[in-house]
Design a protein around this ligand. Sequence first.
Ligand SMILES: [Zn+2]
Length: 284
Amino acid sequence: MQARPQGKSMPELPEVAHIVSHLAPRIVGRKIGRVVLADPGLARGAESIEAAVGARIVEVRRRAKLIIIDLGRRALVFHLKLTGKLWVKSAREARSPFTRLALDLGRGEELRLEDMRRLGWYRVVGPEDLRAIEDAHGPEPLEPGYTFDAFEGRRRKRRGAVKPVLLDPKFVSGIGNIYADEILFEARIHPLEPIQGISPARARKLHATIVSVLASAVAARRGEPDQERVGSGSRTASKRHALAVFQRTGEPCPRCAAKILRIVVRGRGTHLCPTCQNAPPESR
Ligand SMILES: [Zn+2]
C-alpha cells in the first residue's frame, strides 16, 4: 500500500512541554529589551506587545497547548498552532522570512517566533485575562490532581464517541489527533465507542493510559537535539518515535500484526487496529 503523505500535526502536550523545557533555561531571568519586529496579524488581545518591554522573564511554563512566559505583572502567551516555532537566536543570524515576532533579550540574542502559515498567535495579558485563558482549559493530565475520580466525574457527564471527547480541551488538556489515536490503541478502545458505554474497569484503563502515553511521550523527547526540541508539531511529529498507529495506515499492528486501518471521525483522520480495538457495539 502506498504510504499516505504525512499531514502536518499540531504540537500536543509532549511537544509543547518539550519546547518549554528547552526555552526556560535560556530565557528565565532575562529582560525584554525592545521589540525588534512584530507582525500585528498574529497579535491577539487588547494589549500591545510593547507592554512586554522592560519586563524580566520570571518563568516559562505550559498550560494545555499554550506557552506562557511569565513577566511578573504580565504574561506573554503563545499558541504555535501548525507551523509555529519559538526559539532563541543570535541577533546576527539572518531572520527567516517567516519571523513574526523578535524580542531583544540582550547579549546579542533574540527570542523569535517563526510561523510559515501565520496560524499561531501571541498575546500580552494581565493576571485576570491570564486566569480566564487558563480556566478555559480542562484539567492537566500529568498533574497529581488528575485522579481516576476526577476523570470519571467528567466522563459520566459526556455522551457520544470517545475520540472527539478526548480531543475536547475542556475534557482534558493537551491531547490532539496524534495522542488521541495512540491512547485509544493502547487502551484497546475503538475511537467510535460511546464514552458512556465504557465499563468502569475499562474507564480505569483509559484514565491510566492517558497519563502513561503522555508521560512516556514527554520522557521520550528529553535529550533530543535542540533543533528538534524547538520545532513545532510538523517537524517533531515526523520523528514519530514510538507511535504505534498514528499515520501508520496499512502497516502491521505492533501487537497483533493486523493492518492498521484509517477511518475519519468528525473530519479527523483516525488510526486504529481493527482487531485490538473492537468495533463499537452499534456497528457489530
Ligand atoms: Zn492489533
